[in-house]
Design a protein around this ligand. Structure first.
Ligand code: BEZ
Length: 389
């Protein structure tokens, strides 16, 4: 018996040659899973990232690439040990299409491993773990923030230019702190400086007193630090309370004073930091972004909000290129990798390792602002060592 008794050969050929109609799954809602810290020292950072992401999507009527966006969220508590379980829950139980997360580098590394194994699209809107865009890099993993090395390196260059010779560092003992100090050391030593002692305490410990006493006794030319969120607020206040801000200049990766100035008050005044965002930029996109963010959330955005906004932009660029057809992964990833992102920080592109190539600004705290006073390093790519894609 003939298999297609009612179809002519021509009709069969026409059916076979027709472009595949997107399945319902490719035209229905696209599920985004936020895996972010909503509790603990990084809670404010997680919320700002989600706000920024939602703002971009809302500006487009709740859609990216024609697909309505639906959200699921999980609080990762900045706990690396729970990272794999949390992302697996989003992927396997909640069936998300893309995961957006996270803040903490240790958690991000656990997420990247699962994303790589399962082929799930992962967009990292903060965590700067060098490995994720280094040895763990993958076609389905993108970052819209920075690598921990980038702001650290920039501050090392600045500290050397300012004539400091012997510097102590203090940070949390985990990937972000280690890599930020590593970047600082590289920039500083290149300029003739020397890191004389590296002080650490476990994340998210904020008992700084003994270490501040050690700094006071050693009297280095300056101190470099990586802290963020609630820990950064406490560190800057404790540094000033110990009177060290009067005698030993404190420098930091910009997370030290971003989103924290309200709480840090006088103790932060005059601090110099390096970061890929700041106040007083003359970027047209920044003006419209700030106005829209303030109108939507009744507060000013910070660097984390920008990174969340840009994560949505990046996904939107990819989805538009494939007209919302999420099954066209190679084309989606190709468009994302080649994206030029119209960021409030200034337009940027991604390096071969999917990490932003961007200017790192030098900022000084003036009142409630991280005023941009210069460009510390221009169009700086992360080295991406060990990334083979
Ligand atoms: C990190 O863990 O990579 C990180 C956390 C907060 C701010 C910046 C980096």
């Amino acid at each position: 018996m003939r298999k297609y008794p009612l179809l002519s050969a021509l009709a069969i050929a026409t059916v076979l040659a027709a472009p595949a109609t997107p399945t319902l799954a490719q035209t229905g809602k696209l599920k985004v899973g936020f895996m972010l810290p909503y509790s603990g020292t990084y809670a404010a950072l997680g919320n700002a990232i989600e706000n920024g992401f939602r703002l971009y999507v809302n500006e487009r009527g709740g859609k990216l690439g024609g697909r309505e966006i639906e959200y699921v969220k999980v609080d990762d508590e900045s706990q690396p040990a729970k990272g794999a379980d949390n992302i697996n829950t989003l992927i396997k139980r909640d069936n998300v299409d893309v995961v957006v997360g996270t803040v903490h580098s240790g958690v991000a590394m656990a997420m990247a491993k699962v994303a790589k194994e399962t082929g799930t699209l992962l967009v990292i809107p903060n965590a700067g773990a060098v490995a994720v865009t280094g040895p763990m890099c993958a076609t389905n993993i993108f970052r819209t923030s920075f690598s921990n090395w980038q702001p650290g390196y920039a501050m090392g260059v600045v500290a050397a230019e300012r004539g400091h010779k012997k510097v102590m560092t203090i940070t949390w003992k985990y990937a972000a702190g280690d890599e930020s100090v590593g970047g600082f050391k590289e920039g500083f030593e290149k300029g003739g400086g020397q890191v004389i002692k590296e002080l650490t305490l476990p994340f998210p410990n904020v008992e700084f007193q003994a270490l501040l006493t050690e700094i006071a006794a050693a009297k280095p030319d300056a101190v470099y630090t990586f802290f963020a969120g609630g820990g950064a607020v406490k560190f800057v206040k404790d540094y000033a309370a110990a009177g060290l801000n009067k005698t030993i200049p404190l420098y930091g990766a910009g997370f030290l004073t971003d989103g924290t100035l309200e709480a840090q008050g006088d103790s932060a005044q005059g601090l110099l930091t390096t970061l890929h965002y700041g106040d007083g930029l003359t970027v047209p996109k920044d003006k419209s972004f700030r106005a829209a963010y303030a109108a939507a959330y009744k507060m000013q955005p910070d660097v984390y909000a920008v990174q969340g906004y840009d994560a949505a932009q990046l996904l939107g660029i990819g989805l538009s290129a494939v007209k919302g057809d999420f099954s066209k992964k190679p084309d989606l990833y190709k468009a994302m990798a080649a994206a030029k992102i119209d960021s409030p920080r200034g337009a940027f592109t991604l390096g071969k390792n999917h990490n932003p190539v961007q200017d790192i600004y030098l900022r000084r705290v003036e009142g409630k602002e991280n005023k941009v006073i210069g460009v510390a390093v221009k169009a700086r790519a992360d080295p991406g060592s060990g990334c083979t894609m």
